[in-house]
Design a protein around this ligand. Structure first.
Ligand SMILES: C[S@@+](CC[C@H](N)C(=O)[O-])C[C@H]1O[C@@H](n2cnc3c(N)ncnc32)[C@H](O)[C@@H]1O
Length: 313
């Protein structure tokens, strides 16, 4: 399999894992099963809890941003894959002015196809003036565009076609994406965003502390599938994760390992999900969670209080 195909395949893996955890009852998502067929693999409890923590913490920061801006904002999901956040926000009456997703055209074409053929997905968009092509979808406030995140000229063009207004507060999400992009190139993307969006927030979830044996095994496993973590140098530790923002034009950044993030989540939710599956070796979860992190960064030219957004409840 060519390298790009292997990276694209990681979207199917993520969607399968999410579907599995949803079916176990970790969180509610009536849309993910419309994006990906049921897989045959079973996933260990620590994997499911990992996805729960990933989804819940990104959701927490995203919703704080949307509420702070009173929905007068834009969301741009980089490497969105089969992410279903658009439908969840719509159901929760938390739709921003624009919601744009970017991924490789192969992925966006499949997502557009799922939307076209599944009524519950299409129904949430169809009131708007919808334009569906092979790779892209444009409607009043939801857009899916096919582009390579390393081609900044294409990104600029696609965001223009989606009617993005750079003066409006905009949150960027990269959920397990930047690690697949050469660190110099992801650095350029991060800088391009800070150069072009005066009031912006960035939520990044991905690997960290990758210099140890566990990180090496993870990379070897992926390499055997032709999947290279070409962005791993930015994932050395929390410092390098924050620095990629602060050295690229962002005012400030914060980062937490997922073990810490997990403990920030609502205790009643943690109590509920910890009853779903018995876990006999909590150390496996601690080890896994110490290799993933949540990073957030902001620049706040409009002074709307972006520095107040964190994981506190
Ligand atoms: C692990 S998946 C995560 C998908 C989604 N963010 C999620 O968490 O469910 C990584 C995604 O990043 C996308 N991706 C990686 N590198 C990319 C690039 N250079 N341009 C566009 N998309 C990219 C892949 O196609 C894939 O959909």
């Amino acid at each position: 399999m060519a390298t790009e195909d292997a990276v694209i395949a990681t979207n199917d893996d993520a969607a399968q894992c999410k579907r599995y955890a949803v079916e176990k009852g970790y969180w509610n998502d009536p849309y993910i099963s419309l994006m990906i067929p049921k897989g045959s693999a079973r996933h260990a409890p620590e994997i499911n809890r990992g996805y729960f923590a990933r989804i819940s913490s990104i959701r927490l920061l995203l919703e704080k941003f949307i509420k702070l801006t009173n929905k007068k904002c834009q969301v741009i999901n980089l490497g969105a894959g089969y992410d279903t956040t658009f439908w969840r926000l719509k159901d929760a009456h938390l739709m921003p002015q624009k919601f744009v997703e970017i991924d490789f055209p192969v992925v966006t074409a499949k997502k557009c196809h799922h939307i076209k053929s599944k009524k519950p997905l299409l129904d949430k968009i169809s009131n708007d003036d919808i334009m569906l092509s092979k790779y892209d979808l444009h409607s009043a406030n939801y857009h899916i565009v096919g582009a390579n995140l390393t081609e900044l000229g294409d990104i600029e063009k696609k965001l223009q076609e989606s009617g993005i207004d750079r003066s409006i507060p905009t949150v960027f999400i990269a959920e397990c994406v930047l690690v697949y992009i050469d660190s110099n190139k992801s650095g350029r993307l991060i800088k391009w965003i800070s150069d072009h969006f005066p009031t912006a927030f960035f939520i990044n979830y991905e690997q960290v502390n990758m210099g140890d044996k566990f990180g090496q095994v993870m990379m070897d496993n992926l390499r055997s599938r032709d999947c290279y973590l070409t962005g791993v140098s930015a994932c050395a530790n929390l410092q390098s994760q924050m620095q990629r923002f602060t050295s690229n034009g962002w005012a400030d950044a914060d980062a937490l390992e997922m073990n810490k993030v997990y403990n920030c989540l609502p205790t009643d939710e943690l109590r509920r999900i910890e009853k779903i599956e018995f876990m006999d070796e909590r150390e496996l979860m601690v080890q896994l969670f110490s290799h993933y992190c949540l990073v957030w960064a902001y620049k706040d030219t409009l002074n709307i209080g972006l520095e107040t957004i964190d994981l506190s409840l």
